[in-house]
Every structure is written in C-alpha cells, then in structure tokens.
Design a protein around this ligand. Structure first.
Ligand code: ZN
Length: 143
C-alpha cells in the first residue's frame, strides 16, 4: 500500500476515533482556539507536574477532520513529555509545512501531515492544536 494511502487512513482513523478526546478532571490549563477560515475550535486541557512534564492532556474540538486528527495525534505525541521535548516537537511539526524541510526529526506518524503542505489554506487547520499548545507554553511562567 502506498505511503500516502496509509497516511490518509491514519488521519481518518484519528478523526473517527480521536484519542484523549474529552475533558480532563482537575484541569490545569484550558484553551480555546478558533480558526476563522474554517470554523475549527479546540479546547485543550493540560495537567503538568512540578517540573513541567505533561502528565495528562485531552481536548475537545469542533470543525474539520484535519484539525481533529491533528489534535488527537498531538495529544498522543506529547503525553508524558517534558516541556522541552514538547516544544521541540512543536517546532518539528511546524517545520513540516516549510517549503524546504531541513530535517524532519523524530516526528514518526506525525509526518502523515506533510501532504497538507500542498494545501496552504488547510495548514492552519493542522497547526491549530499545536498553536494552542505553543501558546500555553509561551504564556506559562515556567519555560
Ligand atoms: Zn479546519
């Protein structure tokens, strides 16, 4: 099976069966991000321990398949990670959509989103959850 088809199946699976979907009890952070171009909204729930490690992460979203699949895969990718690791992942994911991909790092299945680069209007959908997470880091005292 071609890689592209595998990736499409992966995104569809995350859209239909989003991981870490819902609210988180004892929420530490709650963010709402809206994407005006297609009406995507996301609420991200985060629970971090004293040294910043992401112990729990969950989300709710309304909007297109792409933003939901991206959020689902993001929560899987950053759960259990330190803030430095999560930040590195945000940078690497954003780099997927640069015209010249210097290096892809260890994105694993997240590389499934690379094809979105061909559709600039949709890139913002894929980035929405990641931007919400980045905003959390930027707004938090601990870096
Ligand atoms: Zn969208």
């Amino acid at each position: 099976m071609p890689l592209e088809t595998l990736y499409q199946k992966l995104l569809l699976d995350h859209y239909k069966n989003p991981r870490n979907f819902g609210k988180l009890d004892g929420v530490a952070v709650r963010m709402r991000h809206e994407n005006p171009s297609c009406g995507d909204q996301i609420e991200l729930y985060l629970e971090r321990n004293g040294d910043g490690r992401i112990l729990g992460i969950a989300f709710e979203s309304w909007g297109c398949a792409l933003s939901r699949a991206s959020a689902s895969m993001m929560t899987q990718a950053v759960k259990g990670k330190t803030s430095a690791q999560a930040r590195a992942m945000i940078s690497a994911f954003r780099m997927l959509f640069e015209p010249h991909q210097a290096r892809l790092g260890d994105l694993g299945d997240l590389q499934a989103f690379a094809g979105v680069r061909e559709f600039p209007a949709r890139v913002v959908c894929a980035l929405l959850p990641w931007n919400a997470l980045a905003e959390h880091f930027n707004g938090s005292q601990e870096l």
